[in-house]
Design a protein around this ligand. Structure first.
Ligand code: HEM
Length: 285
């Protein structure tokens, strides 16, 4: 049983044509295994989280009651991207597991929506939001190291509270970015293989071998996204993460949650910051 499906091209050369579709189930099972292992660990083994105490914690009155977290534009992007992602996953994989329908047109339309929304997202975070807030920084790395030491019973300082995004979210964003960009970059070329409104169909743009590799990379990114999105939804519905999920709907999180999880020096929120729900939407960092 190979991981790829192969064919013989007109010149007798063996070329890959796409991934073997059993990898869909490998990804689904990996996602389910993650749920089970993580939920069991949290329920039976994890110790309560402890953070280093802040030298001078802010007075609650210094923090707005509703802390703005995602601007209206950022939320719209998230939900448009989510709709495109779901459409792409279902149109790509349902036909592979026996649900036949003319999927290609829906697929490339959703692919176009995803591509445009990601281009917009890159522009938006570069010029309007805090581009670096989603990349691991030095404190994240030191704290991660200390967390590992403490988990194996070695002495190490307590980690600080999180900046706007915990390290886990930053790492997840990195993984979904790699898989998403690979699916987009290959998908744009694959549009030359089918009839779309954008380009004249040209299946001879690349050699069979190059096309094969493009299809394989597209398929690998696609199956990777199944597990990644399952994990994302799992965290989104976990009770302790619901304040974060709600902030992606309403735009803000409560002062209590902010003070419990976030370091006000690493994610600075001033009393002047108005929560969208109270005083109309404002730019959030
Ligand atoms: C969640 C993201 C995506 C997933 C899971 C996904 C998955 C897939 C899969 C499994 C196939 C079948 C490929 C094969 O037969 O080997 C496919 C085909 C295709 N994908 Fe995607 N894809 C995604 C994103 C995109 C994007 C962003 C675009 C366009 C920008 C795109 C354009 C296409 C096109 C045009 C085909 C048809 C190729 C053909 O039939 O020859 N896809 N996709």
């Amino acid at each position: 049983m190979g991981f790829l499906e192969w064919a013989i091209d007109p010149w007798g050369l063996k070329v890959p044509i796409h991934i073997a579709w059993f990898l869909i189930w490998v990804s689904v099972i990996a996602g389910l295994a993650f749920f089970i292992v993580h939920a069991t660990y949290l329920r039976y083994f994890a110790k309560p989280r402890k953070f280093a105490s802040e030298i001078r914690p802010p007075a609650p009155s210094d923090i707005p009651e509703r802390v703005p977290r995602h601007s209206q534009v950022a939320r719209m992007f998230h939900w448009i991207m989510a709709a495109a992602m779901f459409t792409l996953l279902f149109t790509a994989f349902l036909p592979r597991v026996g649900v036949q329908f003319p999927w290609v047109t829906y697929h490339w339309i959703a692919g176009t929506v995803l591509t445009v929304s990601i281009l917009f997202h890159i522009f938006h975070v570069s010029f309007w939001l805090d581009f670096w807030s989603i990349w691991p920084d030095r404190i994240d790395m030191t704290d991660a190291y200390n967390r590992v030491l403490r988990s194996i019973g070695r002495p190490a300082p307590l980690p600080r509270k999180f900046a706007k995004y915990p390290l886990e979210n930053k790492l997840y964003h990195g993984a979904i970015m790699v898989a998403g960009l690979a699916a987009i970059a290959t998908g744009v070329f694959m549009m030359f293989r089918v009839r779309t409104i954008f380009f004249t169909r040209n299946p001879y743009l690349f050699s069979d071998m190059t096309w094969g590799m493009i299809y394989v990379l597209h398929g690998l990114a696609g199956v990777g996204l199944i597990a990644l999105i399952m994990v994302h939804i799992y965290f989104g519905v976990r009770p302790e993460k619901q304040p974060i999920t709600k902030s992606m709907i309403f735009g803000w999180m409560s002062r209590e949650f902010y003070l419990e999880e976030h370091d006000p020096k690493r994610w600075v929120v001033s009393p002047a910051d108005a929560a969208p729900a109270l005083e109309g939407s404002k730019r959030t960092k």
